[in-house]
Design a protein around this ligand. Sequence first.
Ligand SMILES: Cc1ncc(C[n+]2csc(CCOP(=O)(O)OP(=O)(O)O)c2C)c(N)n1
Ligand SMILES: [Mg+2]
Length: 616
Amino acid sequence: MRNTTRLTVAQALVRFLAQQWTERDGVEHRLIAGCVGIFGHGNVAGIGQALAEQGAGTHDPLPYYLARNEQAMVHTAVGYARQSDRLSTLACTSSIGPGATNMVTGAALATINRLPVLLLPGDLFATRVASPVLQELEDPRSYDVSVNDCLKPVSRFWDRVNRPEQLPAALLGAMRVLTDPAETGAVSLALPQDVQAEAYDWPEELFARRVWHVARPTPEPAALARAAELLRGSRRPLIVAGGGVKYSGACAELARFAGRHGVPVAETQAGKGVVPYDHPRAVGAIGHTGTRAADTLAREADLVIGIGTRYSDFTTASRTLFGQARFLNVNVAAFDAAKHAAGTLVADAREALKALDDVDWRADPGWTSRAAELAAAWQAETDRFYGGTELTQPVVLGVLNEVAAGGVVVNAAGSMPGDLHRLWRASDPGQYHVEYGYSCMGYEIAGGLGVKLAAPEREVFVLVGDGSYLMMAQEIATAVQEGVKLVIVLVDNQGFASIGALSESVGALRLGTAYRTRGPDGRLDGERLPVDLAANAASLGADVLTAADPQTLRAALAKAVASPRTTVVYVETVPGPAPGAEAWWDVPVAEVSGLAEARAARERYDEAKRDQRPYL
Ligand SMILES: Cc1ncc(C[n+]2csc(CCOP(=O)(O)OP(=O)(O)O)c2C)c(N)n1
Ligand SMILES: [Mg+2]
C-alpha cells in the first residue's frame, strides 16, 4: 500500500507549493515565496481555508499577503519575480468572476516581460449543480466556458483542475513552465470552487521537497562556429543588452567580453544597468528612448549583437534604427533568437558570452574609441539636464539619482520611462526596474511593493506620475499593512504629459490628455481639477512630504530615506528642457483629415516611414 494523506485539493496545493525550490549554480531559492490574495466565495473556503490551516503542520508555511486589487497583486508578484532574477515568485489567489478577470492585465504584463507568476483564480463548480452561480458568465453555446478562459492567451501554461486526480500533473506542468527560462511567464491554474474543498487521498510523494534546476543551456558547437564567423567579419559591432543578461546573471561576463573585444554596449529598458553607466564600453539606452551615443552607433554598426532582448519597437525605433547591420542574437528562447533573420545562439547569456570570449577578434579600435567619446558627451548632457534650478522632471530625476544610489528605482508608464532610460545612472541592474514590456499605468506602487518584499535590504524608490497614481494607488494601504517601506515620489503634472505630447505630434490636439474640468465651450479645457493627491496618499496611511524646489526635494528624500515608514514625496513639476527622441517610433497618423495639424503630421509620418525595413 502506498502512503497517502487525505487533504482537500486546496490543502494539497498549498502544501505542495511550500515544498518547491529552484536551484541554479548550486544556490537554492523558494520557488513560491508566498501568496498574495483577495478572498471571495470562489476561494475563501478552499485556498483561504488551506492557508489558514497550514501553520499547524510541520511543513513550511506559505506567507499570505492581503492586497487591494487583483491586478495589483499580480504586479506585486511580477516585481518580486523580476527583482529575484526569475528564481523566485509569488502565487496570486482570487475568487471567481471579477477577481479572476482583474488578473488578466497582470498576466499579460508578466508574460510579455517573460516573468514567472502563478495565478490561482477560483472557477465555477465543476459539477455545475447550481449554475448559474453568482458572477458566472453563461455561454448559450457551451457550458464549458468561464471567464477564466480570458487568461488563456496571456498565460504560458493554463489548466483547469476539474477533478482532484488532475492536480499533480497540473502542478508539475505549472512548475516546469515557471522555472523554464525560455518558456516562463504567467501560469494559470483555474480551480473550481467545489473541487478546491474536495478531499482526496494524495500520495505522500506529492509533498516531498522538490528542486527545479533552472537550466543554463550551452551553445551548440556549430552555431558557435557560425557566430564566430559573424564576429570575425565585423569591424563595427554593437551589443544590445536586454533583460536576459540580467536574469542570467551574465553582467560580469558581458563586461569582460565587451572590454576585451572593444564592443560598445547599449541597453534596452529591461537591460539597463547590466554594465555600470560609467563602464568604458557603456553607451547607455538604445532606441526611441535612447541616448545620442547609442542611437548614432546603431545607425553605423555593421553587426548588432542582441543578448537577451526581444527587440521591441522601442529598441529598434520601429525597425528604422539599425542601418545595414546584420544580427547575431544570443537568447535562451529560440523565438527571440531568430528575430531579424539573425545568426542565432540559442543559449543562456552567461554561457554564450563565455564561449564567445574565446574568439580571437577585436572591433576596429577607432570604432571603440569613438563610442567612448560619444558616451562621454552624453554624460555631459545628462549633467546639464540634471543640473537645472527649477523642478523640471529631469531635475527631479537628477536629485533622486543622487539620493537613490544603491537603491532601486521603479517606474512603468508615462513620460518618465523615456527620461529614466536616457538619463538614469545605474551601477547594477538591480537598481533599475522600469516595466516597459507592457508599460502598464498602475504597476509602479504595486510592483514596487513586490520589489521591496524580494529585496528588503534595498531602499525602493517608486516614481509614479499623477495619471498612474490615480489608476492604482491603493497598494499604499497594503505596504502600510505589511510594514513594508517604500519611498514613493509622486510627480504631478496635471495629466498625461507623455500622451499629450504624442497627441500633439499626431494631430490629435492634446484632446483629453490634461486633467481639467469640462469648460464653458464643452471641452476638457476648464479649471485645474480640485484633486489633492498628497491628501489622498496621507489618507491611505503614508507619511507625506512635499517639495517645491531641488533643495526641498533633496531634504524630503533624505527624510523619507531615514524614516522607517512608507513615505510619499509629492512634487509638482514645471515644464522645461528634457532630452528628445533621437530615433523614431511608429504611431500611425490619420491619412485624411480636415485638420491642418493632422495633415502636417501625416507628411512627417510618411517621410519617416520610408526608413522602415524588415531587417532581413
Ligand atoms: C493601463 C494603461 N492605460 C493607458 C496607457 C496609455 N498611457 C501611457 S502613458 C499615459 C499617461 C500617463 O500619465 P502620468 O502617469 O501622469 O505620466 P506623464 O505622462 O504625465 O508623465 C497613458 C494614458 C497605459 N500605458 N497603461
Ligand atoms: Mg502626469
